[in-house]
Design a protein around this ligand. Structure first.
Ligand SMILES: *Cc1c(COP(=O)(O)O)cnc(C)c1O
Length: 374
């Protein structure tokens, strides 16, 4: 074994921490891209901490670029946004812990309701009026009212007038990753039926919304009055038809370097054995930081302007990179992913290597990875 020669950089004790930087300009560019595709309003969906990029950071960039609404899955996420000073309308639709009607009214947060039972509870608890969006199941059986229970939902809403105010009707496209409009036709029809029934009951103007990123970018028939954009904000187009701007850069450092001979096993289980003598760089991020353990051969990072392959298994706190002829001292910056393309891997590439979708990569970055705004 030939030891790596020390350099001035190796003398530095403190290395830059693994960091996920959010790029607000990219979020703004993605909002403008959606704006060009629709006449509807745009809701910026910042659930799951803005798809891992920071809910407030992403919301600020989206609203600054013209998004008219914000969307979240529960009141706690909505409260964070109100406390950060956002005054735009906010919709909360999943509410897994139920809805505190007083908090919804106090924070001025709209609530999506998909069953008569939920709506009865809300009406019973409401002391001042809560704005609601009636949620139709448009084909997922994952929340929302089935068509045959819609009349009952409307009946309860009518009885609850004064305590709840129906301001919207929502659905969700089951083929959220399908760029083919034919896949959405049934949901669009169901949405029209839902809207028409609400209008017949005399509820007055309602904001109708069905599409998420994919529908917004590929199928105007799904747009109605508003589109709800989550993945697209951070550069993920589930339909893979539009190149959006990546909004995150995940960086780390080389924490250890070594030179090894041919036939050297690497990592747990010796799952990889070097085919020839080579340099290795250990990078201080692992599956606890969001590097998927499932990555197949081909996964790589950028070091020194070159794409180098990951070898051996992903550990909890580290990965090993085969850098070939190149030796990188401790402290050399590493890009796990970023928006640049070329030698810098993208989130989409990581998803392919792991056999998953980009969403799980960006929402899976661990809590000890520092967050910054670029
Ligand atoms: C997450 C979510 C969205 C946003 O979907 P993207 O495909 O990420 O844009 C929209 N609507 C609902 C109901 C959601 O749960």
């Amino acid at each position: 074994m030939t030891p790596v020669t020390d350099s001035v950089e190796t003398a530095r004790a403190l290395l830059p921490a693994p960091t996920l930087a959010t790029l607000p300009d990219a979020v703004g560019a993605n909002i403008r891209r959606v704006r060009a595709a629709t006449d509807g309003l745009i809701m910026a969906v910042v659930k799951a901490d803005g798809y891992g990029h920071g809910a407030v950071t992403v919301a600020q960039a989206a609203v600054a670029a013209g998004a008219e609404w914000l969307g979240v899955t529960d009141l706690a996420e909505a409260a964070v946004l109100r406390e950060a000073g956002f005054t735009v309308p906010i919709l909360s639709w999943l509410n897994p812990a139920g809805v505190d009607a007083a908090a919804a009214a106090a924070y001025g947060v709209d609530i999506a309701v998909g069953s008569a039972e939920e709506l009865r509870h809300l009406i019973a608890d409401a002391t001042s009026p809560v704005r609601v969006h009636l949620h139709m199941d448009t084909g997922m059986s994952r929340g929302g009212s089935p068509l045959d229970e819609w009349p009952e939902l409307l009946r309860v809403a009518r009885q609850g007038r004064g305590r709840v105010e129906v301001v919207g009707v929502m659905g969700h496209l089951p083929h959220a990753d399908d760029g083919d409009p034919r896949a959405n036709a049934a949901a669009v029809l169901r949405m029209r039926q839902a809207r028409d029934a609400v209008l017949r009951e005399g509820f007055g103007p309602v904001l109708v919304h069905l599409a998420a990123t994919s529908g917004a970018l590929t199928d105007p028939a799904t747009h109605f009055g508003m589109v709800r954009i989550g993945a697209g904000l951070v550069g993920i187009d589930p339909s893979e038809t539009v190149a959006l701007a990546g909004a995150g850069r995940f960086t780390a450092s080389v924490v250890h370097s070594s030179f090894v001979q041919e036939g050297t096993p690497i990592g747990y289980g010796g799952a990889h054995v070097t085919a020839e003598a080579t340099n290795l760089s250990v990078v201080g991020v692992g599956y606890a930081d969001g590097i998927p353990r499932e990555v197949a051969e081909g996964a790589a990072v950028e070091i020194g302007g070159v794409r180098h392959p990951l070898v051996g298994r992903v550990s909890m706190d580290q990965i090993v990179i085969d850098t070939g002829e190149a030796r990188y001292p401790r402290g050399t910056p590493v890009t796990v992913y970023g928006p640049e393309g070329g030698v810098v891997p993208s989130v989409q590439e990581w998803a392919r290597w792991a056999g998953t979708i980009p969403h799980t990569i960006v929402t899976g970055i661990g809590t000890r990875v520092q967050r910054s705004i670029a």
